[in-house]
Write a protein that binds this ligand. Structure first.
Ligand code: SF4
Ligand code: F3S
Ligand code: FES
Length: 248
């Protein structure tokens, strides 16, 4: 069964833009990205939109649908009433390139600043050994498709552009957590998490976890444990003394 839906789509570029209204046919079972493609094919041939897999796995089609950060390819039109206007805007936290496409290079810059996994020397028999629980723990974080919806949502940078320099965002706080919890990694990530990547800016609103399309519990399983590890390091007297002596 088809119906005509009203769409408002943000059109413009870095210099400015506004919402334009379109009436687009919608078929049963379609997702928002299907309708955006139909709009592009029939009424707005120059509409800029980024997408790739249409299966919720490439993380490209992120946008804000009725104000909520979402993957357009995973947002069913049945989420909305047939009379409801569907408003699509680009990710607010990142600079607009054109229409629904934003410049997300902030995220790649932050990724590049994190020192890579650095394992300790192998055991005498040439193997690396770690417990199965340590193998399994980071699997959740590794489901990340780098859609940047959590980064877009976090108020620390969404509402405060000037925090971008000091705050890496939730996706990279869980990357730091993943590495810090890794039993073979020898890099001290705790000071960097706090001092270079802005862990202290996070006040645990959990909005990042709510929008993650992979269902990653960023706050409960990554950010809070990382905060606890940093506190343990800072306030354990022996550890504190050791770090002072070690720094001399
Ligand atoms: Fe997207 Fe989730 Fe990865 Fe954030 S943690 S970039 S919301 S998949
Ligand atoms: Fe931001 Fe997530 Fe913390 S939304 S404030 S990083 S819990
Ligand atoms: Fe790949 Fe939507 S097109 S996640």
């Amino acid at each position: 069964m088809s119906y005509d839906a009203t769409f408002r789509v943000w059109r413009g570029d870095a210099a400015g833009g506004d919402l334009q209204t379109f009436t687009v046919p919608v078929n049963e079972g379609e997702v928002v990205l299907d309708v955006v493609h139909r709009l592009q094919a029939t009424q707005a041939g120059d509409l800029a939109v980024r997408w790739n897999c249409k299966a919720g796995k490439c993380g490209s089609c992120s946008a804000e649908v009725n104000g909520r950060p979402r993957l357009m390819c995973m947002t069913r039109m049945s989420t909305f009433g047939e009379d409801e206007t569907v408003t699509i805007t680009p990710l607010r936290t990142f600079p607009v390139v054109r229409d629904l496409v934003t410049d997300v290079s902030f995220n790649y810059d932050k990724a590049a600043q994190i020192p890579p996994f650095t394992p300790r020397a192998r055991d005498a028999d040439g193997n690396h050994r770690m417990q199965q629980v340590d193998v399994e723990r980071p699997q959740e974080f590794r489901k990340c498709i780098e859609c940047w919806l959590c980064q877009d949502t976090c108020h620390v940078i969404r509402d405060h552009e000037d925090n971008k320099r000091a705050f890496a965002g939730p996706r990279f706080l869980i990357r730091l957590a993943e590495l810090d919890m890794h039993p073979l990694d020898v890099v001290d990530r705790k000071h960097a998490a706090q001092d270079e990547f802005g862990l202290g800016y996070c006040n645990i609103t959990k909005c990042c976890s709510e929008v993650c399309p992979e269902g990653i519990h960023l706050t409960d399983n990554g950010i809070i444990p990382l905060k606890e590890r940093v506190v343990d390091r800072r306030y354990d007297p022996l550890t504190w003394l050791g770090s002072k002596i070690g720094r001399r």
